[in-house]
Design a protein around this ligand. Structure first.
Ligand code: NAP
Length: 281
């Protein structure tokens, strides 16, 4: 556990990742350095960005300007969808490091499998990521939005088991099959849209009731459920009070029956808010 109370999860390659971080999808490029700097000051030590978000430069500016030792901040980025040929993947990774102004990232992910568009090109891309890890530019490597079939294909054809699979996961869409596959094979689950993008989930009566009994907000209850279910999360906010709120999860706990009540909110496929991995990319 680090000084700010956030647990560290050990990945299958031996590296540690803070279980809670900040996601910066849809943070304006011009505002990103301010938001990330504020988050680091509050105690966040894990930032999740992507080439697709167009704000890696702001993340790097804040990390470099924070005065914190580089090895105390965990930085993730992701390969853009247009760059799935092996040479493109390497060039694209170099662009990520240049935009961040850093000599390594802590985690680099294939953002989407793109199997519908590019067949099994993700297998060769994965081999490129294995090289990037061996060379030290990416301390850990993983995937995002991979379904079980994609993970099985990597297991059959390549050496390295992904350290993480970053997937949509929240109480309305618990993505149980993909999460269970990862759990059985040492692939940590990162939950994107952990509060289902701040929508109706936060007005769900079961969540509101549990929040009232703990004198916490609905977002804190949902995030605490993730923590207790072992998910790695990085809720996005560009607002100071919510950055603070989303980090304050480590001085209370949910009861077993409260966790079970939240488990019951799973709607399966209809609960998904983002695109299906077979349809996007
Ligand atoms: N791998 C992928 O394909 C993928 C896809 C999507 C997201 N992600 C990653 O996952 C991160 C999180 O997902 P997300 O940004 O889509 O959704 P999210 O974190 O579930 O929700 C973010 C939304 O909730 C609001 N919010 C934040 N804290 C709140 C609180 N305490 N109470 C009420 N509303 C709150 C934010 O608004 P304000 O900013 O106004 O506070 C924002 O509109 C992203 O930033 C990104 O890093 C990855």
């Amino acid at each position: 556990m680090s000084a700010n109370g956030v647990p560290t999860i050990e990945l299958n390659d031996g590296n540690g990742i803070p279980q809670l971080g900040l996601g910066v999808f849809k943070v304006d490029a011009g505002d990103t350095a301010r938001v990330v700097a504020e988050a680091l000051e509050l105690g966040y030590r894990h930032i999740d960005t992507a080439q697709m978000y167009g704000n890696e430069a702001g993340v790097g500016e804040a990390v470099r300007g924070s005065g914190l030792p580089r090895d105390e901040i965990f930085v993730t980025s992701k390969l853009n969808n247009g760059n799935h040929r092996p040479d493109d993947a390497r060039r694209s990774f170099e662009e990520t490091l240049a935009a961040l102004g850093l000599d390594h990232v802590d985690l680099f992910l294939i953002h989407w499998p793109r199997a519908t568009q590019a067949g099994d090109a993700y297998v060769d891309v994965w081999r490129t990521l294995e090289e990037l890890q061996a060379e030290g530019g990416a301390r850990s490597i993983g995937v995002s939005n991979f379904l079980v079939a994609h993970l099985e294909k990597l297991a059959e054809e390549t050496e390295t088991v992904p350290a993480v699979n970053q997937i949509e996961l929240h109480p309305f869409f618990q993505n149980a099959e993909v999460k269970a596959y990862g759990e059985a094979r040492g692939i940590a689950t990162e939950a994107w849209a952990p509060i289902a993008r701040g929508g109706s989930l936060l007005e769900e009566p079961a969540i509101v009731k549990i929040a009232a009994s703990h004198e916490r907000t609905p977002a804190q209850i949902v995030l605490r459920w993730h923590v207790e279910r072992g998910n790695i999360v990085f809720p996005k906010s560009a607002r100071s009070e919510r950055l603070r709120e989303n980090l304050s999860l480590f001085d209370f706990a949910l009861e077993a029956d409260e966790l079970a009540r939240i488990d019951e909110l799973d709607e399966g496929e209809p609960g998904r808010t983002g695109p299906h991995p077979d349809a996007f990319g």
